[in-house]
Design a protein around this ligand. Structure first.
Ligand code: 5GP
Ligand code: ZN
Length: 119
């Protein structure tokens, strides 16, 4: 088992309240916060409270965690009024994937149309 938190991890420190953030929603296992540099009118980050490096580190046992993250994302999208037009949930993995914070997180983005494929 990996440790629940890493001392030098930015998002572990946000989960612990050591670095301020704006909470949008949370449950026992997941924290959703506003992105500090939003790339869309609505840009929320959903992260497990337990440290997981990226989606590449997930296992079968994380199924309930992932279901909870997507259900929470859908609820946030509805409550923030972006659900009807549609929105995007994305996770970046590794350098070429665009990951800059090595603690698993999902970007929930909406309020404007998005291109496909992403740049
Ligand atoms: P990534 O590039 O790893 O997919 O996403 C990291 C995201 O974290 C970026 O969208 C970035 O703006 C956001 N971010 C980086 N530092 C902070 C911070 O201190 N607070 C918050 N709320 N978001 C952050
Ligand atoms: Zn972490």
């Amino acid at each position: 088992m990996s440790p629940d938190r890493l001392p030098d991890c930015l998002f572990c420190r946000i989960v612990a309240g050591e670095i301020p953030s704006t909470t949008v929603a949370e449950d026992e296992a997941v924290l959703a916060i506003r992105d500090i540099a939003p790339r869309a009118p609505t840009h929320v980050l959903l992260m497990p409270k337990r440290h997981i490096g990226s989606a590449a580190d997930l296992t079968e046992a994380d199924g309930p965690l992932l279901g909870g993250i997507f259900a929470l994302a859908a609820g946030i999208a509805r409550s923030l009024g972006i659900a009807d037009d549609g929105y995007r949930v994305v996770t970046n993995i590794g350098r070429w994937g665009g990951q800059t914070v090595d603690h698993l997180h999902f970007h929930l983005m909406g309020g404007r149309p998005f291109e496909w494929p992403p740049g």
